[in-house]
Each structure stands twice: as structure tokens, then as C-alpha cells.
Design a protein around this ligand. Structure first.
Ligand SMILES: *Cc1c(COP(=O)(O)O)cnc(C)c1O
Length: 388
């Protein structure tokens, strides 16, 4: 093997130093370089919807890269056209128009720029919301600790309490270009707003001529048991952003405009060199195909209910919130960070979004057997973390 230096000698410390180095995986299982096996219940933070090394993704990516790799956006290609068509069909709006990029932050940057074309500049976002780390996306992220070291950020951003329509009504005005929220706040600990929140936001935005943008980066691509996570509210947003699961494990993001109210970019107004490249699009098409042909969305809903029922009865668990396979286990005691290494040592990969919440976002192909194994490993890990 070539020379390899330890993490801290070569990387910025923005992620801290990881405990383990992974080498390979299949489905929901991964192995580290020492040969230890883990059940991956974080799924690359909600990205690998078909798990690791899925045969359909391997096939799609391999045949695409053998045919045509990167060509820039000066030329059309079939995987991209096919994917945009599918997204339009899945959303169910014939006016849908797609812009592809590489990540969630970039999708939200596109939405921010697009909102400027309304002639207004104010944006309203939610406290606790997360929209990415680039300067624009960070400016609309409602988490002070992430924003503060990098101020000054964009002006004209207001943050209001998530899930509270009254708070939104007080702030949205005829100067508001866009309201942006997540259907479920993922990074903030899987916070679910009350039923009727998104449809209430739709009304408020319509009243003031503001765009309603839904950041479905984490909730999208079947994760909640719906394609995008806002369907249960019976609304159509003006803008939807996607990334994470979209590329089936490959980097891909999208900003989609819907309806007549959303402005449209003119030639030259926005772009991305790698955005919507043939390989990522081929992987996304394969992932969507697989979800549909295996009716995975209804399984995702059932699995979510099963995990909730099993985990909510454990001592020390207050509730399990979220939908489908985007779940937050709320703990009585602030021991989430302590639980993570314990779970890792027992062969279970999890993520703590804050001291009280463990987030689950496994691949959508997770099996009942693997869920049973998770429940057992999680129960043991939680008991050990509670003991001291
Ligand atoms: C992860 C996430 C983002 C940022 O995506 P990146 O690909 O990391 O830039 C934006 N919005 C939401 C809701 C997310 O969960």
C-alpha cells in the first residue's frame, strides 16, 4: 500500500477525528479495515437509499461510465433527461422544471438566487432548520452556533419558530421573496411539525405573493415513505430542493420549480459544471426504478412503525419521532453522544444530532431481520449507556 498518514496529519479538523475506517459494505452492512462488521443505521446520512454496493447501482454506474462520463451542461444527455422527466412525473406537476447540482447546499443556493428574481430579497426560514454550509445556505440555516463564526452572512433573513403558523404570519409580508422550511427538521433532531403546518404556510405565502420552498434534501426520495415528504399536506410548493438520497449514493442535487409563481432562470444566470452529470443521473434513475419495482415506499412506512413500536417501549426512551426511515429516538437523559461509541463497539452505526436525540436513516432496503438485530443491539447499547 502507498504511504498513508493519520487523519489529523492530513485533514482539516472540521469533522473531528473518526473512530473507525471503513473498507467495504453490502446493503445495510459495512466492514472496517480491521474486519469488524457493523449494521449501518445512518446510511451515509440518509444518502445510500439502496445501501452499499447495490447491484443495480453498480450496473448503472459501470455501464454509464463505460459509455459517456462527463460532458458539461453544453450538451444534453439521456440519463439527465430521463431523470428530470421522472422527477417531474413523481411530483405530478407538468410545469415542473429541474436544475441539477451536486449537493443540498447547492440546491438551496440555487433556490436563494432564484428567489431574487422575484424582485424581493427577504427570506424567512425556521429556527433549528438546516440548509447547508455554504454562505448562502448557511445564512438561511436557523442554528446560531453554525452561523455565528462566519458572520456577516446574507442580510434580510428572518428566523421564526418551526411548526408555528402564527410566528410565520407575523413576519411574512409583501417584501418576502421566499419562505423555506424542511418537511421534518432532520439535522435538528428529526423534529416533526404539527399536521397542517405546510398547508398553512402555503396559504400565508399565497396571501403575500411569496414563494414557498420546501427543502426535501433529507426527507426526499422515499425516506419518509412518501417521495418528498410534503405529500401528506396536499400542497404544491413553488420550489423543492433535493440531494442526499437523490443520487442513490452518488453526489447529486436538484432544485425544482413548480407552478406559475416561481421565476425561471434565463440562459447564463446559473450553472454547475458537474451538476446532473450522466453518472450520477444514471445511478439516480436506477435507484428510482428499484424503489418503484419493489414497492419500497410502503415497506419504508411499515418499517418506521415497527421500529417506533419496538424502541418506544425501552426504558429511557421518551418517544420515537419522524416518519418512515427518518426517525429520531428521544432519550430521557442527555446520553446520546455517550451511546454512539458504545453502539459502535457492539457493531451498530448511529448518529446523535444532539445530547438527547439519536437519528436513524438506514438504507430503504433494510430487511426485517436487520431491524430486529438493530432493536436488540440498540437496547443493549442504551442499557449500557444508562448504567454509567
Ligand atoms: C444535508 C442537508 C442539506 C445540505 O446538503 P449537503 O449535500 O451537505 O450540502 C441541506 N438541507 C437539508 C434539509 C439537509 O438535511
Amino acid at each position: 500500500m502507498r504511504k498513508i498518514e493519520p487523519w489529523q496529519n492530513v485533514f482539516q479538523n472540521n469533522y473531528g477525528v473518526p473512530e473507525i475506517t471503513l473498507s467495504h459494505g453490502t446493503g445495510v452492512e459495512v466492514w472496517d479495515v480491521e474486519g469488524n462488521r457493523y449494521l449501518d443505521f445512518l446510511g451515509g446520512i440518509a444518502t445510500n437509499i439502496l445501501g452499499h454496493a447495490h447491484p443495480e447501482i453498480i450496473k448503472a454506474v459501470s455501464s454509464q461510465i463505460a459509455e459517456l462520463s462527463h460532458i458539461s451542461n453544453l450538451y444534453a444527455h439521456l440519463p439527465g433527461l430521463e431523470l428530470a422527466t421522472r422527477l417531474k412525473d413523481l411530483i405530478g406537476d407538468p410545469t415542473a422544471r429541474v436544475f441539477f447540482c451536486n449537493s443540498g447546499a447547492e440546491a438551496n443556493e440555487a433556490a436563494i438566487k432564484l428567489s431574487r428574481l422575484t424582485g424581493r430579497s427577504k427570506i424567512v426560514a425556521a429556527i433549528g432548520g438546516f440548509h447547508g454550509r455554504t454562505i448562502g445556505a448557511l445564512s438561511i440555516t436557523g442554528q446560531e452556533a453554525k452561523r455565528e463564526p462566519f458572520e456577516p452572512l446574507l442580510d434580510d433573513i428572518d428566523f421564526v419558530a418551526y411548526g408555528q403558523l402564527e410566528a410565520m404570519r407575523d413576519v411574512v409580508s409583501s417584501e418576502t421573496a421566499m419562505v423555506i422550511v424542511e418537511p421534518i427538521q432532520g439535522e435538528n433532531g428529526v423534529v416533526v411539525p404539527p399536521q397542517g403546518y405546510l398547508s398553512g404556510l402555503r396559504d400565508i405565502c399565497d396571501e403575500h405573493g411569496a414563494l414557498l420552498a420546501i427543502d426535501a434534501v433529507q426527507t426526499g426520495m422515499g425516506r419518509t415513505g412518501e417521495w418528498f415528504g410534503f405529500e401528506g399536506e396536499g400542497i404544491m410548493p413553488d420550489v423543492v430542493t433535493l440531494a442526499k438520497g437523490l443520487g442513490g449514493g452518488l453526489p447529486l442535487g436538484a432544485m425544482i420549480t413548480l407552478g406559475k409563481k416561481a421565476p425561471a432562470f434565463k440562459p447564463g444566470q446559473h450553472g454547475s459544471t458537474f451538476g446532473g452529470n450522466p453518472i450520477s443521473c444514471a445511478a439516480a434513475n436506477a435507484a428510482i426504478d428499484y424503489l418503484i419495482t419493489h414497492s419500497l415506499l410502503s415497506k419504508v412506512r411499515d418499517h418506521g412503525i415497527g421500529i417506533k413500536t419496538a424502541v418506544e417501549s425501552m426504558p429511557g426512551v421518551i418517544e420515537v419521532r419522524g416518519r418512515g426511515l427518518l426517525l429520531g429516538i428521544v432519550l430521557q437523559e442527555p446520553i446520546a453522544q455517550k451511546l454512539i461509541p458504545i453502539a459502535t463497539s457492539r457493531g451498530l452505526l448511529l448518529n446523535a444530532t444532539n445530547p438527547h436525540v439519536i437519528r436513524l436513516a438506514p438504507a430503504l432496503v433494510v430487511t426485517q431481520e436487520q431491524i430486529d438485530e438493530f432493536v436488540s443491539l440498540f437496547g443493549q447499547s442504551l442499557a449500557e449507556a444508562q448504567r454509567g
